[in-house]
Design a binder for this molecule. Sequence first.
Ligand SMILES: Cc1cc2nc3c(=O)[nH]c(=O)nc-3n(C[C@H](O)[C@H](O)[C@H](O)COP(=O)(O)OP(=O)(O)OC[C@H]3O[C@@H](n4cnc5c(N)ncnc54)[C@H](O)[C@@H]3O)c2cc1C
Length: 550
Amino acid sequence: MSSDAGADVDILIVGAGVTGIYQLYLAREAGYSVQLVEQGSGVGGTWYWNRYPGSRYDSESYTYGYFFSEELFKEWEWSEHFAGQPENERYFNRVVDKFDLRRLIRFNTTVTSAVWDETSGTWRVTAQDGYTARARYLVAATGVLSVPFYPNVPGRESFRGEAYHTGLWPDAEVDFTGKRVAVIGTGSSGVQVIPIVAPVASSVTVYQRTPNWVTPLHNRPITPQEQAELKADFEKIRDTVGKSPSGFLHQHSDKSTFEDSPEERQAFYERVWQLGGFGKIISNYRDMTLNPAANAEWSRFVAGKIRAVVKDPATAEKLIPKDHGYAGKRPPYGTGYFEAYNRPNVSLVDLNETPITAVTETGIETAAGLQEFDIIVWATGFDFGTGALRRLGVVGRDGLPLKDYWADGPLTYLGIMTHGFPNFFFPGGPHGAAGNNPRYNGDQSDFVAELLDFAREHGHRVIEAPKALEVEWTAMVNDAAITMSPFNEQSYFFGANIPGKAKAFLLNSLGRPKLLQMMEIAVKSDYAGFFPGPDGAPGPDGAEAQGISK
Ligand SMILES: Cc1cc2nc3c(=O)[nH]c(=O)nc-3n(C[C@H](O)[C@H](O)[C@H](O)COP(=O)(O)OP(=O)(O)OC[C@H]3O[C@@H](n4cnc5c(N)ncnc54)[C@H](O)[C@@H]3O)c2cc1C
């Protein structure tokens, strides 16, 4: 689609990542008129934007992809257990072509405003290039890690060498050969970039604010025998990830840390260490993330592993987190990450000791002086959770902007809807996921699709999350974040990486079982409270109707 001045559709979806593509498929299958708009020029979302060297899944490839089509699952052969960005992007292109979805997508379309029109009961949507649309339902599948963040460093724009943000990486090869490279940031993206660049660059200087608990990803090719097993086990895999509390295949352990003797514990930790990716959390002792003593025990084990790899003891100490335990922040999974620091051309700058004072035309200045570079890689993360939604220009009932309604943090019902913004859904948004994202996001998209079908069947044209349910879910998420989760309040999970951002929990701290349970309650109650009266008056109190305590 190119110069369409005014689309008029049942459903407008924003964002062509794993969530938006699935929602588009569901909408088209259900017979709605639907269009998807995407600011990039291709599909894949995260896997379109994050093209940096080393970018790859931390979820097992076959658990990240879709399960709605057995044929797709069986015909697409992932090359590795944790596939890399080019392959991941190819997968999403294959999906939209196989299911003939591309013609429903308008690329290079950045939505800047979406205003609820009470009279017509529709959303008026505008994009930067002048595109406009009217839609009964607006689905913002705009992602939680889709707004790259740069720290406010004086002179950042003045650098005359090459500079890249990992989340806005160009679609052209960046040649690091023989270059002096700075990598700022040691979160998941920095951890993936550093070991790839180190062997070819003349030098790599890593600027670290917070060390992270990096453990091995244990990636490897999928053997022909494993390919055959994956295909044969399609239903079993689909059912396991469909029911898993975290959306992974990893088995949950029912043992607690101190049930085992120190020797048994050591042996258990060694086995867990060998598991791929998130297995180190999910298959660990069940109290590892809940009991501070248990968490400290595992963290000590990981610290020992770091000390065993990094040859310079002073560097090793700087690389071991001291301000949070394992999983207190999003733990990166690495391949040769700590080993990279043993190379003579890799050095570490601790920003707590020597903060960056400025970026100059030629390099980076700290209290220790100026260091010159050819390339600066900003691996400085994202405005997590609410970044994209707050920038979408959403204005709900009575002219209330979403960014104002959420000034103190997001208020959501199941991380999908917010009161006062009728016919507006944001699967994959804040309060939604905390595990293998596509599985949670898929649950949310299914919920939206079923809710729209119910409304169509029963002649409801306006759907709105009952206030009481929004209050309930938001309070439960916030309470559990403080009382039950291991998350560190200085992490991006609380928005702490963005200066001035309200401190509020942005993940789903309640887990997937609670999400699914709440969805089931809503469905069983025939979505009590979701359909305001004809005059726009709110529906009955949903919490009461659904038998949920307030
Ligand atoms: C490097 C990286 C690796 C990750 N690895 C994993 C992993 O292994 N496992 C896991 O579970 N999660 C992972 N994640 C989290 C990841 O964000 C989710 O898995 C998933 O991609 C979210 O999909 P989504 O469709 O909801 O959002 P996204 O993939 O972020 O897609 C959102 C899309 O919306 C578009 N958009 C946003 N605003 C607008 C606008 N105003 N107008 C038009 N378009 C707009 C964006 O351009 C983007 O394409 C990773 C994230 C990153 C950054």
